[in-house]
Design a binder for this molecule. Sequence first.
Ligand code: SF4
Ligand code: SF4
Length: 478
Amino acid sequence: MAESVPQAPQAVLSTLDRAGNRKWIYPTLSKGRFWLARKAIGWLLIVVFVALPWIEIGNRPAVFLDVAGREFTFFGLTLHSTDMVILMVFLLTAVLAIFFITALFGRLWCGWGCPQTVYLEFVYRPIERLVEGSETRRRRRDNGPWNFDKIWRKSTKLAIYTAISVFLAHTFVAYFAGWENLLYWMGRSPMESPGYFALMAITSGLVLFDFGYFREQMCTLTCPYARLQSVLMDDDSLIVSYDRSRGENRGTYRERKQSDKVLDLDDGSVTFGDCIDCGCCVRTCPTGIDIRDGLQMECVSCTQCVDACDEVMEAIGKPRGLIRYTSENAISGDKTKVARPRIFLYAALLAICSTILVGLVVTRAPLEVDFSRASGTTYRVTADDQVANRFSLRLRNRTADTTKLTLVPVDPEGLRVRLVGDQSPSLVPGELERMDVWLTIDTDQMPPGGTTATVDILLDDTAVDTVNLRLLGPTNSR
Ligand code: SF4
Ligand code: SF4
């Protein structure tokens, strides 16, 4: 049987006309099994996205990306600028995880987990359908004149969209500013915090623009991950695909009755595939493509076409899955190979980086210490005949609890340690503390020219670090 030649992919993006103007997409909703699963996962993710900056783990937000303070908190672990190695390994592990998942599952993230998809499909579009009606009505109204019906519906939608966008903008900013700052700013007048109001106005405007207008253009034109995927995926990656061998020759009922579309059998009869060319898979696609043209960059694996086609197949008494999750190789009749070199490579690198990351986190010292000689000083001999050296101490409590700091002299004998101010100060989690420390020793116990002093650092009476410091003294102290 000779297959009909698939249509050539469009020369321009599905959402643009040949002049480069935006073509507005009115995707119909296909409520199949994948849509139900995506909706459940989508709402779960919305709750997680909104809750993460608000719930606290160890007195810190679960996720807090304080770029200005160079402090990044992930589920109880706070990393500072001095934890650059851990941050780099963390980022590398995240990138490798993306490589690994994409090579195996293709654009699963885009269709099921990306906030762009989740908020658009499960928050903004349902509101649009509620206020403005079905796709057919919306299209007709949009192409029609501005009358009362159009004005009130558009204004109502805009008002609801704006309220939701302001809320989402606050949620987004909370990841970077922290909810305490956010609440503080919200409780003040715009005149007192003009910067905050400008930030929120711009962020809200961007969110509204994205979900109200830009929509699928974010995935097809802007998103770097979409571009990256073409090199991360191969013929064995999971994709949403049309089974051409089963679907072609496509033909509508009328064409099937007329039977003169394609004569490809010896007896002159026509062989049709399962695709009845109803166009449901195209009308439901949020990026406006025809999956029957083959794998396209615009496809976000949202499975709406799968649900639409499954419904059609059930209605005409054919098995589901003409459009389904599969791989290029499986569609071509070969076996999908899960175990392949790039998967092994990504998995091995991911395992190595994850192990290093866990090792770095587990062995990370609970205290960040920087002991240095006070700037511009050497030593001085006090009136009671002691040699005194002044040091600057910078430390940060990396634990989640406030702890007491104690410095204990270890060596040489007779060494005394005195913190300027409180001798056992409290260290607040995450705060960078600066203090001055005097190390003194009787002149007759100081070797000529100086010696090395050893000091133990205790947090809540537990030794967490030992430092060696060079003590300077007179060359003729004995
Ligand atoms: S929904 Fe299925 S039957 Fe209808 S055009 Fe698409 S692939 Fe063909
Ligand atoms: S082709 Fe199908 S899976 Fe891909 S974006 Fe369109 S509807 Fe979603």
